[in-house]
Design a protein around this ligand. Structure first.
Ligand SMILES: Cc1cc2nc3c(=O)[nH]c(=O)nc-3n(C[C@H](O)[C@H](O)[C@H](O)COP(=O)(O)O)c2cc1C
Length: 204
């Protein structure tokens, strides 16, 4: 199954094919694939090349670690994330290693790194679902996250399951249409909210 984005102009497959399913098939992902996903994240750009992103990983193959990380998600996410091949908690170092000052770009940089991870995963036929619904205080306690770091999101990654095998609510989520704001509502020209028209642009 694909829920390829319906784009106004063609974009690269790794972007168009990415989406966030709730149906995972409980298969395992090997260490070399996991390494490749984090290697992709590692090569993201960051302010002052600080690389503030940090990742805690729990592959399904390690049942105890997987269950522990699952407990750090809100219940509504546990319902489906329990079938993922691996769970991840993302975090950032909140201050610059170079001078101890607050790194106001840290979360931005983390997002870029996870974007890389998503692209690598999609290119490998895997699916990724990010979650803001995590329990950061519990995660801090369980994993000994230091005061100079913050847990930001969770990630479920794995392989798609056929949505017909899912309970109604989850099946509906994985089969409902995907939507986005129009390009002109996001890209402005001249002044705020003056939607840019690319219609007259020269073809590349
Ligand atoms: C930072 C972030 C937090 C999110 N938190 C959740 C979450 O807690 N639970 C959930 O089911 N989906 C969550 N999502 C997934 C979004 O709902 C999803 O990306 C969005 O609806 C667009 O759908 P798509 O990724 O399939 O294009 C989150 C995504 C991001 C990037």
């Amino acid at each position: 199954m694909t829920r390829r984005a319906s784009t106004s102009v063609p974009i690269h497959d790794v972007l168009a094919e990415r989406w966030s399913p709730v149906g995972f098939d409980r298969s395992l992902i090997g260490p070399s694939t996991l390494a490749a996903l984090f290697e992709a994240a590692r090569w993201a750009p960051s302010a002052f090349n600080e690389q503030p992103w940090r990742f805690l990983v729990a592959p399904r193959s390690d049942g105890e670690a997987f269950a522990t990380m699952l407990s750090c998600l809100v219940e509504g996410n546990q319902v489906w994330a329990k079938n993922a091949s691996a769970l991840v908690l993302t975090a950032v170092a909140t201050t610059f290693a170079r001078n101890g000052k607050p790194n106001t770009s840290a979360r931005y940089d983390l997002g870029l790194a996870v974007g890389n991870l998503c692209a690598e995963a999609t290119a490998r036929g895997l699916v990724v679902h990010q979650m803001g619904g995590v329990l950061p205080d519990l995660a801090r306690e369980i994993y000994g996250v230091p005061a100079a770091a913050e847990v930001v999101t969770g990630i479920a990654l794995g392989r798609l399951v056929d949505p017909v095998s899912l309970p109604d609510e989850l099946r509906n989520r994985d089969m409902s249409p995907r939507s986005r704001r129009a390009l002109a509502d996001l890209v402005f020209s001249g002044c705020w909210e003056n939607g840019h028209s690319f219609a007259a642009a020269d073809p590349v």
